[in-house]
Design a protein around this ligand. Structure first.
Ligand code: TPP
Ligand code: MG
Length: 590
C-alpha cells in the first residue's frame, strides 16, 4: 500500500536525519514535543529548517509524551514526541505506557547510540525497544538510513489504524548521519497487520435481535467510541432504541451528559443509577469498552443476569474478562452504523420490547441517588463546589484535563460533558502528572479552545515544570489546583481501610510550595482562592487572562471524599453512597 503523495524531494540525496524530518513532514506532522541530546542531535539540525514542523521544547521528556497524548486526543491526529537515547528515552516510558492503556495514537522517536556501539553499555545506551516492547503497539530499531521513510510511514499507519496506540521508532545515530536517497511515497510492508473494521453481518443481525427483545438493556459505552469518532452514530442508536447509556471514565463526552437517556459514569466512583443499571441489566451492549476492573467491581458478580454483546476493534478484548454472547469485531463507527438499520428492521417486523418498567426503575434510582456532597462542618471550601462552578462558568466547549486522584473523579462527576474529546484524563494507567503536559498538548493542537487542567496538589508537583514551556511557547493553559494538602485519594483509602492511619499522604499544611508564587516564577499568572464566596470571581479573573498561563490554587477541605464508591474487590451490589451507607433498595426491584 503506497503511503502519501510524492514529494518534491523524492530521489534526493540527503542525510538519514534529513530523511527522518522529511518523512515526518510527509505524514503530516506539524508539532513535535521533545528535548534534544547526543544521539538524537542529528535530527534536530534539519528540524531547524522545517517550515512545517513546530518543535516545542519541553522541560522533561515525560511532559513531551503526555503533551503528545493531549495533542492527539484534542485534534484526532497522532501525537509526536522525541527524545535522546538512554535517560531521554526512559523518561518517555510512563507516557508510552499511558497511551497504550488508553489507546492513544502516538509516535515516539528516539535517538539510539551508533549501531556499532549497541549492546556495549555505551554512554547513554538503553534498550528502549526492549523496555517498551510490552507497552507499545509496535516498535522499531532503525540502523539503515534507507529504512527511515518506510519505518516512519508504517509507524504512523500502525499508531492510527485499528485500535490506536503508541509506536516507538528508535533510530541509531549513525543511520541519521549517513547519506541516503530519500524515497517517498513508500510501500508499507506489514504482512499480518490488517485490522478488521467491518463487522460480520450475521453477528450484527444477532445483536439486533437480542436488542429488540431486551427488557433491561444498557448501552455500555467505552473510550473506543471516541477513538472511532462514532458519537453521532451512538446518539442515533440510543435515540432509535430508547436504551439507557452509561459512559466510562474514558468515554465521558461521547454522549451528552444532559441527554435524558444518560445515566452517567459506571464503576468504582460511578453514579448509583449507572452502576446499578449494569448490575440489573438483561443485556449489555458494550461498545469500545473493555470490562475494566474499575467498572465491573468483583468480576464474578458483575451484571449476573445480562447477556453480552461486545463490539471492539481489538479481537483480544472480546471475552477477555467477560464472555461475550455476541462478539462483534469491528470499528465502532461501522458497527453502530450497521446496527442501526438492523434494529430498524427488527422494529419494522414488530419486535420491540416495552421499556417502560425499566425506565421507571432507572428514573427512581436517578432521583433517589443523584450525585452530591456534604459541605464541611467547619465551612471550609469544598473541592466539589469549586469543580462544579468551574464547569458551569467555563462551559461545555472548553477542554478539561484532569490529573489522577480525588479531583479527577470529581471533575468527571461534577462537570457536564456535552461534546466529544473535551474530557482528557489518564484512565487505564492512572498517571499522576498527566494534567499539565496533556493540557499543554491539547492547547498547542487547539489554540482557539479554552483548556483547563484540573489538577491535584500532589499531581501538580510531578510535572508543573511544563508551565515554563507553556509560558515561553505561548500556550496559555489554565490550571485549577485542587489543593487539599494531601495525596487525597490515598488518604481516602487510609480513612476507609486503614483506620485513619495516614502513612505518608500528608503533603504539609504550610503551603510549600506556594503554588501562586510558583506560577509567577514560571511566567504565569498565579491566583489563590480559599472561600466559596471568592470562587466565581477568581474563575472569572482567570478566564480574563489570555496572553499567559494561569494557575489558581484552590485551598479546599482535606477530608472530602469521593462518593459513591464500590470498594476495590467487592461487588457493584455493595456500592456505598457515603461512609457505611448503602442505597435503600426497594426489595420489589430485585
Ligand atoms: C505516578 C503515580 N504515583 C502514585 C500514584 C498513586 N496515587 C493515586 S491518586 C494519588 C494521590 C494524588 O494526590 P493529588 O494529586 O493531591 O490528588 P487528590 O487525590 O488529593 O485530589 C496517588 C499517590 C499514581 N496514581 N501515580
Ligand atoms: Mg491532593
Amino acid at each position: 500500500m503506497p503511503q502519501g503523495q510524492p514529494t518534491r524531494d523524492n530521489g534526493t540525496t540527503m542525510t538519514g536525519a534529513a530523511s527522518l524530518i522529511r518523512s515526518l513532514e510527509a505524514v503530516g506532522v506539524d508539532t513535535v514535543f521533545g528535548i534534544p541530546g547526543g544521539a538524537i542531535l542529528p535530527a534536530y539540525d534539519p528540524m531547524l529548517d522545517s517550515q512545517q514542523i513546530r518543535h516545542i521544547l519541553v522541560r522533561h521528556e515525560q511532559g513531551a509524551g503526555h503533551a503528545a497524548e493531549g495533542y492527539a486526543l484534542a485534534t484526532g491526529k497522532p501525537g509526536v514526541c522525541m527524545a535522546t537515547s538512554g535517560p531521554g528515552a526512559t523518561n518517555l516510558v510512563t507516557p508510552i505506557a499511558d497511551a497504550h492503556m488508553d489507546s492513544v495514537p502516538m509516535v515516539a522517536v528516539t535517538g539510539q547510540v551508533a549501531s556499532a556501539a549497541i549492546g556495549t553499555d555505551a554512554f547513554q545506551e538503553a534498550d528502549i525497544r526492549g523496555i517498551t516492547m510490552p507497552i507499545t503497539k509496535h516498535n522499531y530499531l532503525v540502523t539503515d538510513p534507507a529504512e527511515i521513510p518506510r519505518t516512519i510511514a508504517e509507524a504512523f499507519h500502525i499508531a492510527t489504524t485499528g485500535r490506536p496506540g503508541p509506536v516507538l521508532v528508535d533510530v541509531a545515530k549513525d543511520a541519521m548521519q549517513a547519506m541516503t536517497t530519500f524515497r517517498w511515497p513508500v510501500e508499507l510492508d506489514l504482512p499480518g497487520y490488517r485490522p478488521v473494521t467491518r463487522p460480520h453481518a450475521k453477528q450484527v443481525r444477532e445483536a439486533a435481535r437480542l436488542m429488540a427483545a431486551a427488557k433491561r438493556p444498557v448501552l455500555y459505552v467505552g473510550g473506543g467510541v471516541l477513538r472511532a469518532r462514532a458519537w453521532t452514530e451512538l446518539r442515533r442508536l440510543a435515540e432509535l432504541t430508547g436504551f439507557p447509556v452509561v459512559t466510562t471514565l474514558t468515554a465521558r463526552g461521547a454522549f451528552p451528559d444532559s441527554h435524558p437517556q444518560h445515566l452517567g459514569m459506571p464503576g468504582m466512583h460511578g453514579a448509583v443509577a449507572a452502576v446499578t443499571a449494569l448490575q440489573k441489566a438483561d443485556l449489555l451492549i458494550a461498545l469500545g469498552a473493555r470490562f475494566d476492573d474499575r467498572v465491573t467491581g468483583k468480576l464474578s458478580s458483575f451484571a449476573p443476569n445480562a447477556a453480552v454483546i461486545h463490539a471492539d476493534i481489538d479481537p483480544a478484548e472480546i471475552s477477555k474478562n467477560r464472555v461475550a454472547d455476541v462478539p462483534i469485531v469491528g470499528d465502532c463507527k461501522e458497527v453502530i452504523g450497521e446496527l442501526i438499520p438492523a434494529i430498524e428492521a427488527e422494529f419494522a417486523a414488530g419486535t420491540r420490547a416495552d421499556l417502560t418498567g425499566w425506565w421507571r426503575q432507572l428514573d427512581q434510582w436517578r432521583e433517589n441517588y443523584p450525585l452530591g456532597y456534604t459541605p464541611a462542618e467547619n465551612g471550609e471550601l469544598m473541592p466539589q463546589y469549586v469543580i462544579e462552578r468551574l464547569g458551569k462558568l467555563v462551559g461545555s466547549d472548553a477542554i478539561y484535563v484532569a490529573g489522577v486522584g480525588q479531583h479527577q473523579m470529581w471533575a468527571s462527576q461534577f462537570i457536564s460533558y456535552e461534546n466529544p474529546n473535551t474530557w482528557l484524563n489518564s484512565g487505564g494507567a492512572g498517571t499522576m502528572g498527566y494534567a499539565v503536559p496533556a493540557a499543554m498538548g491539547a492547547k498547542a493542537g487547539r489554540p482557539d479552545t479554552t483548556v483547563w487542567a484540573i489538577d491535584g496538589d500532589g499531581c501538580f508537583q510531578m510535572t508543573n515544570q511544563e508551565l515554563a514551556t507553556c509560558a515561553i511557547e505561548g500556550i496559555p493553559i489554565k490550571v485549577a489546583v485542587i489543593n487539599n494538602e494531601s495525596l487525597g485519594m490515598v488518604r481516602q483509602w487510609q480513612t476507609l481501610f486503614y483506620d485513619g492511619r495516614y502513612s505518608n499522604t500528608d503533603l504539609g499544611s504550610r503551603r510549600i510550595p506556594d503554588f501562586a508564587k510558583l506560577a509567577e516564577a514560571y511566567g504565569c499568572v498565579g491566583l489563590r482562592c480559599d472561600t466559596a464566596e471568592d470562587v466565581d470571581a477568581t474563575i472569572e479573573k482567570a478566564m480574563a487572562v489570555d496572553d499567559r498561563p494561569v494557575v489558581v490554587d484552590f485551598g479546599v477541605h482535606r477530608d472530602a471524599m469521593v462518593w459513591p464508591m464500590v470498594a476495590a474487590g467487592t461487588s457493584n451490589d455493595e456500592i456505598q453512597i457515603a461512609r457505611g451507607m448503602a442505597p435503600e433498595w426497594d426489595r420489589s426491584e430485585d
